[in-house]
Design a protein around this ligand. Structure first.
Ligand code: SAM
Length: 295
């Protein structure tokens, strides 16, 4: 809200009263890049607004306009257009001693997940085998590989652009000996890992709205002594239990017991929705008997 007030102050003699009212309340930034989302009634005034932003934040070198949404399963920005300043959308963002190279016009980077990117590393014990099923450019794989004594991370990513940056980021951070990047659909790739005899101590399932249709596949990587799954989802603000129940039912039907060991609120996702992470311990149910309905 402070941004809107300061912007209104700068533009009070330039924009109409109604235009001042619909100025954005905030913006996204990554390094020296500002990404602005403007009401379409303000698009004619975008240069004036951009100039005011440069005055308010002298550290900003480039401004891009977000003219769409983050779209689909691959979480790609629909339309990000250069507005003014330096047109250099490929950047190296440093966070938590990790370098993330990405093209901001093609790939999302959510600053709201910063705490989670750091926090996840605190779970990982020396020698663990990890599978990151929705690796993106290495959002979780890179900090875990950098800050823990993990033995191996299998990082699976479907989108070829994200996969390209995942590979670059592994090299940029000198983590080639810890991360194995795999390009493909994790539904297929997880099964291949499991057929090759790979078992995971930990699985990261970080994609929206919640990777429910991938639970069955993830379970095939469960170790004899159990596996922890970090399961993301968007839920009704005060009800993550339904999401856990869904997980637990699928696990049960497949012969696994699951225990919700902890959960976290990551960020707000609209008025009543929240992005949460559930930490779930799964282990094979030795008493489970599968029933075949052969006729
Ligand atoms: C954007 S990341 C989310 C990372 C993290 N949750 C965050 O918010 O920082 C999710 C990634 O999963 C990838 N993805 C979606 N479906 C996939 C699938 N079936 N197999 C592998 N990767 C997939 C997308 O391309 C995307 O890069």
């Amino acid at each position: 809200m402070r941004f809107k007030r300061v912007l209104q102050e700068h533009l009070k003699f330039i924009l109409e009263k109604e235009e001042l009212e619909i100025l954005p309340r905030g913006f996204q930034s990554i390094g020296s890049i500002m990404i602005l989302k403007l009401d379409k009634r303000l698009l004619e005034k975008k240069i004036l607004i951009g100039e005011a932003c440069f005055k308010i934040y002298p550290y900003i070198k480039s401004i891009y306009l977000n003219l769409g949404i983050i779209k689909g399963q691959m979480r790609q920005p629909e339309r990000i257009e250069f507005l003014m300043g330096v047109d250099q959308p490929i950047i190296i963002h440093k966070e938590h001693e990790v370098k993330y190279k990405l093209d901001i016009t093609k790939i999302m980077f959510s600053k709201g997940n910063l705490k989670e990117r750091k926090f996840l590393t605190t779970f990982v014990k020396p020698g663990e085998i990890l599978v990151d099923m929705f690796a993106g450019i290495g959002y979780f794989s890179l900090p875990i590989a950098k800050h823990t004594k993990v033995a191996k991370i299998y990082s699976i990513e479907l989108n070829p652009v994200s996969f390209h940056y995942l590979k670059e980021n592994i090299i940029l951070n000198h983590l080639e000996n810890k991360i194995i990047p795999i390009n493909g659909d994790c539904k297929v790739e997880v099964r291949k890992l499991s057929e090759a005899g790979i078992k995971a101590d930990r699985i990261v399932m970080g994609v929206f709205p919640a990777p429910i249709e991938y639970i069955e596949d993830a379970l095939t990587l469960t170790k004899e002594e159990g596996t922890t799954i970090h399961f993301e989802g968007v839920v009704d603000k005060y009800n993550y239990v339904d999401l856990f129940n869904t997980f637990s039912t699928i696990a049960n039907n497949n012969g696994y017991l699951s225990n919700l060991t902890s959960e976290r609120f990551v960020k707000s996702y609209g008025p009543n929705l929240a992005h949460v992470v559930l930490d779930i311990f799964v282990v094979k149910n030795k008493n489970h008997r599968s029933i075949n309905f052969d006729i």
